[in-house]
Design a protein around this ligand. Structure first.
Ligand code: DC
Length: 221
């Protein structure tokens, strides 16, 4: 049997754009693997937080990223043997992840790990630089976004549903600060990849966004 190319669908976008839900469901529908690259930055951040690693100690942070004892089992995320699926979703961890993500050696340390997720029959990769840096030859690239207000509403609901406390004003300010950091950083900033389809989901349900990505994928074949 000839070797079939392994398809990659790269879905990038700002925080709380809904890309996690969309990417995950698209992977489910196609029977593809799923890479939540943000989780890798969040896991590194969680370890740094617990070890009180200084934010300016790039070398130590890169070492944490390089030796991340992470595993993805079903929908759960483990750090060593501890289930940290919920813990890495805390806003504090997300903010720290965004700060750590500006460091070139941390990004470099996570590079090979991310490439390793590309396995048959295919991969849906979700993040900020999937289409620009990690999988520039992806078969389909989508830049998924939504207005900052729509994203703050979604994040608020997500946090409350998960039992975290949340405040709309703080969330809006946090999202704006993270957008600024993620789009303005020197290395692998959040920008639409060349050839990416722009999908604004402000007025779309998750189901509609999933269907649209599946339609674009079918069209790309
Ligand atoms: O998608 P997320 O909110 O879980 O990501 C957390 C942070 O990790 C995000 O603010 C920036 C960083 N990140 C990144 O720099 N590159 C990626 N491919 C994914 C996430």
């Amino acid at each position: 049997m000839p070797n079939l190319p392994i398809s990659v669908i790269a879905i990038d976008g700002p925080t709380a754009s809904g890309k996690g839900t969309v990417a995950h469901k698209v992977a489910d529908r196609l029977g593809f693997h799923y890479l939540d690259s943000g989780a890798l930055y969040r896991l590194t951040a969680l370890m740094a937080q617990r070890r009180a690693t200084a934010l300016n100690d790039e070398h130590a942070l890169a070492k944490l990223a390089e030796h991340l004892p992470a595993s993805f089992v079903g929908g759960e995320i483990l750090l060593a043997n501890e289930n940290v699926t919920q813990a890495i979703r805390a806003e504090e961890v997300g903010n720290l992840a965004s700060r750590i993500a500006v460091l070139p050696s941390v990004r470099q340390a996570l590079f090979g790990l991310q490439l390793g997720f590309r396995k048959a029959p295919g991969l849906v990769a979700d993040g900020r630089d999937m289409g620009t840096v990690i999988f520039p030859h992806a078969q389909l690239k989508v830049f998924l976004t939504a207005s900052v207000e729509a994203r703050a509403q979604r994040r608020y609901k997500q946090l409350i549903d998960k039992g975290f406390s949340a405040n709309m004003e703080d969330l809006l300010a946090d999202l704006q600060a993270r957008d600024e950091r993620d789009t303005q950083r020197a290395i692998a900033p959040l920008v639409p990849a060349e050839g990416a389809f722009l999908l604004d989901t402000s007025n779309m349900t998750a189901e509609q966004a999933i269907d649209e990505v599946l339609r674009l994928y079918a069209q790309s074949k």
